[in-house]
Every structure is written in structure tokens, then in C-alpha cells.
Write a protein that binds this ligand. Structure first.
Ligand code: ADP
Length: 529
């Protein structure tokens, strides 16, 4: 009832204007070649925020041509690495100076809470940019010993024009994960944002130019996947693709890349990540962490207010804690909660109470934990999954319906007695729906956790070092969080096993995606020296 009441309050007027709605091509904001626009919608109400230029294949052609010129002839790959580093550092400063405006835009367009965007995501974008700026002048090759009188250098060169496609769940952070390493390595970029959330990328791209980025180095095309997105994937002038989104679309991206010019592709795709609670767990802590892992992907086992306080402090830490109030729309959500049979009943009871306490409402309002889902499509899809859970015989212990009467709010929902073969335990729901499964041994839970086409992340909650170590090694996933969840750090690689993706982002690993490797071999006349 509390959740529903909060969601029906009058929406707060966002304290921000929409400044940029056109495509960014060659350093200028321009209309789409077709002149068409599409509406981007406020998920709190379904009302139109702005009409945005709708890029398609023709605009992708223009953007790739600009990026090609910037790469093949422009100053960016030719300036010193230190100069590139300083552009990225100035950009990070500008992000901080405009933090309020950027956060408000992101909350308005995407429905995530202002506490999350202002408190965590915008500072993280600045942090990521400084991290990649730090790499710009530390990328270097090798001299390798060869059999015979040869001097062999291995050069690491920028790969060229990178096409990047990002989703709507973390528009700004995905911008940072993709654009940061590409620019640090000296590449040019064409970025295709998600049609649901085009606004924040246009704003920060303008700041990047203010920071000194030469024209054409970053082009941003708003538009739809099958038109603008597919054109980018198929383009012969693109040297590399990076994509974050659903596994189904990832397959299309890879295929389009193969059919055109075999450009290399990195993919960050879906997940159905297990969160495993052992029998020695402190149930209250485990319930809180599992709740956060699923509903808003949050670290830490302390009470809420302490978490908030730490979240604010954490913005100045190098190693960054991640506090997301995300309404379950995260690819690495801990979406299969496996609980040991000895603590299962207590766990279910307490998870129910926690979900019922969760505050759903206007993301601009203080104290709100969960905003609306991104759009009507996701909203309906989540409710279909809820129905499927009920139909397949899982026990609905909390939620199960929309919250309020307008916008795309959904009640925090908890299912118990979930079985592995149920759809809600197998497919990515991408919403505030927790599924709790019972297990009895480590071997069993590892087998069941791994029995998934996905392999993005896992959580393990136990004080037993041997169990934690066994599971950390046995789980076929790209990240294992032990007694924590969703700790993200610029330096730590992220990506998936199996159908959760190809390649890694963040950390030193992300640079490999944006560099070519060239061997240069010259004979040595006097081999004695
Ligand atoms: P979601 O279901 O989360 O919207 P998608 O994988 O469809 O996930 O979307 C992620 C990104 O991929 C968005 O920017 C979207 O526009 C883009 N996209 C969707 N379909 C295609 C496609 N056929 N080719 C290229 N990009 C696409």
C-alpha cells in the first residue's frame, strides 16, 4: 500500500531543460537527413519529454564519414598521448561541474532515482574518464627477442573508427565504459544511443567538445536499432563494434559484422545471475544483500541510512562502491536467489517483509528506492513474467502488480518455491521480481547455478572460506562477488562467460578492444651487438 501511494503522487517537475535533441555529427548538432524525429518519454507518466532527431542509415553514413576523416586525417590520433589525456581530464571536470543538470536529465529520461544518478552514476562517469585518461599516455608496445638477427617491435595502434551501441538501463555509464577506452587509445567513435534514453549522451558529448575534443572524433546518433543500429553494424567504414544489450540483439550485431567487413565485436549481454546464500549466513544480512542484488543492485549489509551515507562518501574513494536504486533493470542482477534449506523459510519471510517495505515512487523524490520501469513495453513484459510465475506454480509472496495507476511502476515482487525449469528462473526478467530457490549442498547449487546459457556474474554469501573458494572457482561467470554484490570499479574487468558476452570492458582489458597489434621486423647487421 505504501508503494502504491508513493507512485500516485504528483510528479515533480524536473529541474532541467532539454538543450540537445539533434544528432551530433562532425562536431555540430544537426537534424536527421530524413527530417524525422521520435518522442522520448517520461517513464513516470508516459508523457513526452522531447522530440529527438531520428537518425537512420543515411545519418550513420554521415557520422562514419566524419569519424573516418577525424581518424584518417584529423589531429586526434596524431596528437601526443598526453594531450589526449588532458582532454579526457577536462571532460571529467566538466561532468562534475554540470553534475546536477546531467543527473536530472538521466533521471527524467530513464526513471532511475536522482539519488542514484546524482550520488553515484555521474561521479562514476567522471571517475571512469579519469581512469581512462590515465591510460592514454601509458599504452606502449614491446620489443621481443626473435630467433635470428632481427629487431622486432610490437606496436599498439588505435584500431580506427569504433561503432558503439548502448542500452537504456545505464545510458551514462555505458557511454563512459565505451567512449572512455576508445578515445584514450586514439580512436574515433560513432555512438548509437538507445531510443528510450537519448538525452544524457548528447549533453555530455557537448561537454567533451568543450573540453577540447576535435570535431568528428565522437559522433552521437540517436535512433532505433533495426535502422541506425543495424546500419552501424554493417558499415564497411567501421573498424570495430562494441555492443551492450540483449543476447538476441547481440547475435544480430555479430552476424551483421561478419556479413560486412568482419570487424571485431565485443558484446556485453544478458544474465540470470545466481545469488547463493549458504546455511551459515546471517539471514538478516543475506536478505538485505540479496534484495539489493536483485532490486537495485546494491552493495553492503548495513542498514539503509548508513548505506546512503557511505554512498556519498564513496564518491571520493578510488575504489568505488556501487549503490544502485535500479528497479531490477540490470544485466547482472542477482536474479536467481538460491537459499540453503536450513535458512530458507526464515529467508523467504524476511525477503517478503523487505520487499513490502521498499519505497516505490517518483525518482526525483528523496527517500524513494525504486522508480518506474523504462517504458510500457518492459512494464508489460515484466507483468507477463509475473503471470507466468503464478501459472507455473511458484508461490507469490509479495507484489505481483503495477504500483499506482499511471506511469510504469511495478510493485517489488517476490516468488518463493521457484523451480529451475520455470521460465521465471531461466529467462532474464529485467524487473523487480525476485525468485527464491531452495538447495541443500554446495555441489548441487554449483551445478544448478551453472545450468544456464548465461554466465555474467554470481554472488556467494558465506563465512566459510572453503565454500567461498570452491564456488568462486567452479562458477562459470565473469564476476563472482563474495559477501558483497555489484561492486564496480574502473580498474576491474567486467563481462560474461557463455551467452552473456564476448570480451571484457573496464580495466586494462578494455584497452585491448580498441588497439591493433603490429609487428615490425628489421634485420640487425651486426648480430654480435
Ligand atoms: P533492450 O531489449 O534492452 O532494448 P536491445 O538489445 O534491443 O535491448 O537494445 C540495446 C541497443 O541495441 C539499443 O541501442 C537498440 O537500439 C540497439 N538495437 C536493437 N536492435 C538492433 C539491431 N537489429 N541492430 C543493431 N542495434 C540494435
Amino acid at each position: 500500500a505504501a508503494a502504491a501511494a508513493a507512485a500516485t503522487e504528483e510528479p515533480i517537475q524536473p529541474p532541467v531543460d532539454v538543450k540537445y535533441t539533434k544528432l551530433l555529427i562532425n562536431g555540430n548538432f544537426v537534424d536527421a537527413a530524413s527530417g524525422r524525429t521520435f518522442a522520448t518519454v517520461d517513464p513516470r507518466t508516459g508523457d513526452v519529454i522531447a522530440h529527438v532527431a531520428e537518425g537512420d542509415a543515411e545519418d550513420i553514413n554521415r557520422a562514419v564519414a566524419a569519424a573516418r576523416r577525424a581518424f584518417d586525417e584529423g589531429p586526434w590520433p596524431r596528437m601526443t598521448a598526453y594531450e589526449r589525456c588532458r582532454v579526457l581530464l577536462r571532460f571529467a571536470d566538466l561532468i562534475e561541474q554540470h553534475a546536477e543538470e546531467i543527473a536530472a536529465l538521466e533521471t527524467w529520461d530513464g526513471g532511475k532515482t536522482l539519488e542514484q544518478t546524482r550520488g553515484m552514476e555521474v561521479p562514476m562517469v567522471a571517475r571512469y574518464m579519469r581512469y581512462y585518461a590515465g591510460w592514454a599516455d601509458k599504452i606502449h608496445g614491446l620489443v621481443v627477442p626473435a630467433d635470428g638477427p632481427h629487431h622486432v617491435q610490437v606496436l599498439h595502434e588505435p584500431i580506427g573508427v569504433a561503432g558503439q551501441i548502448i542500452p537504456w538501463n545505464f545510458p551514462l555509464l555505458m557511454f563512459a565504459w565505451k567512449v572512455g577506452p576508445a578515445l584514450a587509445c586514439g580512436n574515433a567513435v560513432v555512438l548509437k544511443t538507445a531510443e528510450q534514453t537519448p538525452l544524457s549522451a548528447l549533453f555530455v558529448a557537448s561537454l567533451l567538445h568543450e573540453a577540447g575534443l576535435p570535431e568528428g572524433v565522437l559522433n552521437v546518433v540517436s535512433g532505433f536499432g533495426p535502422t541506425a543500429g543495424a546500419a552501424l553494424c554493417s558499415h564497411m567504414g567501421v573498424d570495430k563494434l562494441a555492443f551492450t544489450g540483449s543476447t538476441g540483439t547481440g547475435k544480430i550485431v555479430l552476424e551483421l559484422a561478419a556479413r560486412s567487413n568482419l570487424k571485431p565485436v565485443t558484446l556485453e549481454l544478458g544474465g540470470k545471475s545466481p545469488f547463493i546464500v549458504m546455511d551459515d549466513a546471517d539471514v538478516d544480512q543475506a536478505v538485505e544483500l540479496a534484495h539489493r542484488a536483485l532490486f537495485f543492485n546494491q552493495v553492503c549489509r548495513y542498514v539503509h541510512d548508513v548505506l546512503r551515507a557511505i554512498a556519498l562518501l564513496a564518491t571520493s574513494f578510488d575504489s568505488f562502491l556501487w549503490f544502485v536504486l535500479e528497479q531490477g533493470q540490470c544485466c547482472c542482477a542477482g536474479s536467481r536467489t538460491f537459499v540453503h534449506e536450513r535458512v530458507y523459510d526464515e529467508f523467504v519471510e524476511k525477503s517478503k517483509a523487505r520487499a513490502l517495505n521498499r519505497v516505490v515512487g517518483d525518482p526525483f523524490r528523496r527517500g524513494v528506492e525504486q522508480g518506474p520501469q523504462i517504458d510500457g513495453e518492459q512494464f508489460k513484459k515484466i507483468l507477463r513474467y509475473v503471470q507466468s510465475g503464478v501459472d507455473s506454480g511458484a508461490t507469490l509472496v509479495a507484489g505481483g502488480d503495477r504500483a499506482g495507476s499511471r506511469g510504469f511502476y511495478i510493485q517489488p515482487t517476490v516468488f518463493a518455491d521457484v523451480k529451475d525449469e520455470m521460465k521465471i528462473a531461466q529467462e532474464e526478467i529485467f524487473g523487480p521480481v525476485q525468485t527464491i530457490l531452495k538447495f541443500s549442498t554446495v555441489e548441487e547449487v554449483v551445478r544448478r547455478a551453472n545450468d544456464s546459457p548465461y554466465g555474467l556474474a554470481a554472488g556467494v554469501f558465506t563465512q566459510r572460506l572453503d565454500a567461498a573458494n570452491t564456488m568462486a572457482r567452479a562458477l562459470r561467470v565473469g564476476t563472482v562477488w563474495v559477501n558483497t554484490y555489484d561492486v564496480f570499479d574502473a580498474a576491474v574487468p567486467f563481462g560474461g562467460y557463455k551467452m552473456s558476452g564476448v570480451g571484457r570492458e573496464k580495466g586494462v582489458y578494455s584497452l585491448r578492444n580498441y588497439l591493433q597489434t603490429k609487428a615490425v621486423v628489421t634485420p640487425i647487421k651486426d648480430a654480435a651487438w
